[in-house]
Write a protein that binds this ligand. Structure first.
Ligand SMILES: O=P(O)(O)OC[C@H]1O[C@H](O[C@H]2O[C@H](CO)[C@@H](O)[C@H](O)[C@H]2O)[C@H](O)[C@@H](O)[C@@H]1O
Length: 260
C-alpha cells in the first residue's frame, strides 16, 4: 500500500501531531534541497538567509542538532556563517564537531575506485553534458534536468559495477539531478543510527533518495519529514512533508519556540 504522507503546515503548530508538541527531540537536517535551495552550480547552493540565524539560535538551546549530508563536512561549514552545529559528512564517513576545525574520519579507509569504473566516469564526463564533482574517494555526476540521460548513465555504470563484482565495495545512487558513487554500506541511515540518542525523539528532515535510507530505518519515537521541492508524486517513506527550504526554516523556528 502506498504510504500516506501528510503536509505539516509549518505555521499552524496547533495542527501538528501530538508527539511533535510534547516530546524532547533531536534534530537531523539534510543540506541540499532542505536547508539550501537547489542551484545549478553546487558551489553556489547556499542556505537561505534566515537559516544562519535559526541554526545559531538552536546552538543556544540544549536541543541537539546535526546536519547530515552527502557533501564534505567542511564544504557545508563553509557555506554558513560560523558557528554552526555538528556536521555528519560524506553519508557518515566523517564527523565535524561544532568546536573542531578538522573532520574526524569514521570507519575503515575507503578503497581506491576500480580503474574500469573510474575510466567510464571520466569518459562520461568528457562526452555528455554533465558536471563531475570529486568528493574525497568518490564522485557525484551532476546532470541538469534530463531524466533520460540520467537513467542511461545510471544503467551504464551500474552494469559495469555488477558485471565486474565491484558491488561488494561500491554502489551508485541516482538522486535529484545527480548520480553518486559511494562506498557500499555508507548511508545516512547507518549514520543517523550511530549519532541518535535513543532516549529522545528523532526528527529527520530531507528531500532525496539518500534521505530515504533514514526514513526506512528510523525507529520510534521519530518524525520523518520529506521536503517536496519540485517532486509531484510525493514518492517517499516519510510520514510528513514540507514544501521547500523556506517551509523548513519556518517549521524549525516555530518548533524551537514551542519547546523553549
Ligand atoms: O545530502 P545532501 O546535503 O542533500 O547532498 C546531496 C548532494 O547535493 C549536491 O548536489 C545537489 O545539489 C546541487 C546544489 O543545489 C545541485 O546542483 C545538484 O544538481 C544536486 O544533485 C552536492 O553537490 C552533492 O555532492 C551531494 O551529494
Amino acid at each position: 500500500m502506498k504510504n500516506k504522507v501528510k503536509y505539516l503546515d509549518p505555521l499552524s503548530p496547533e495542527k501538528w501531531p501530538e508527539k511533535l508538541k510534547n516530546n524532547k527531540f533531536q534534530l537531523f537536517l539534510d543540506y541540499d534541497g532542505t536547508l539550501a535551495p537547489f542551484n545549478e552550480n553546487p558551489d553556489k547552493a547556499y542556505p537561505i538567509d534566515e537559516t544562519n540565524q535559526v541554526i545559531r539560535d538552536y546552538l543556544k538551546t540544549n536541543i541537539p542538532v546535526a546536519i547530515v549530508t552527502g557533501r564534505n563536512a567542511l564544504d557545508i561549514r563553509n557555506k554558513f556563517i560560523k558557528p554552526i552545529v555538528p556536521v555528519i559528512g560524506l553519508h557518515g564517513r566523517e564527523f565535524l564537531p561544532a568546536e573542531q576545525d578538522e573532520p574526524i574520519k569514521i570507519g575503515p579507509e575507503v578503497k581506491t575506485i576500480p580503474d574500469k569504473l573510474l575510466k567510464k566516469i571520466i569518459e562520461i564526463n568528457e562526452n555528455y553534458p554533465v558536471k563531475l564533482e570529486q568528493k574525497n574517494n568518490s564522485y557525484a555526476i551532476h546532470i541538469k534536468n534530463n531524466s533520460n540521460l540520467q537513467e542511461i548513465i545510471y544503467h551504464t555504470l551500474n552494469k559495469i559495477l555488477i558485471n565486474q563484482n565491484f558491488n561488494d565495495n561500491w554502489e551508485f545512487i541516482s538522486g535529484r539531478k545527480v548520480i553518486e558513487l559511494r562506498p557500499a554500506d555508507w548511508n545516512k541511515g547507518n549514520a543517523v543510527k550511530k549519532y541518535r540518542d535513543s532516549d529522545i525523539m528523532a526528527i529527520y528532515i530531507g528531500d532525496d533518495r539518500t534521505d530515504e535510507d533514514v526514513f526506512e530505518i528510523l525507529s520510534e519515537p521519530c518524525i520523518n519529514i520529506y521536503v517536496k521541492n519540485e517532486d509531484k508524486k510525493l514518492d517517499t517513506k516519510a510520514n510528513f512533508y514540507l514544501d521547500s527550504p523556506a517551509d523548513v526554516i519556518n517549521f524549525l523556528k516555530i518548533l524551537m519556540d514551542t519547546h523553549l
